[in-house]
Design a protein around this ligand. Sequence first.
Ligand SMILES: [Zn+2]
Length: 65
Amino acid sequence: MAVCPECGGELKFEPSQRRYVCLSCGLSLTRDEIDEIKAKYAVTAAEDEKERLRKEYLKWWSTKK
Ligand SMILES: [Zn+2]
């Protein structure tokens, strides 16, 4: 199931418009737009993970000394 990137509500596919429409806020997106947003989120999540690992490494390094 697709989830609205704006409010986290449920996206329902509207065959007549060939778009996904959010049941909560009414945002409408094409399949391509959803994929684009998902790809962007995936990059952001990867960056956060890198930052977290860097901090953990620094913490580990400072306790070593
Ligand atoms: Zn929404």
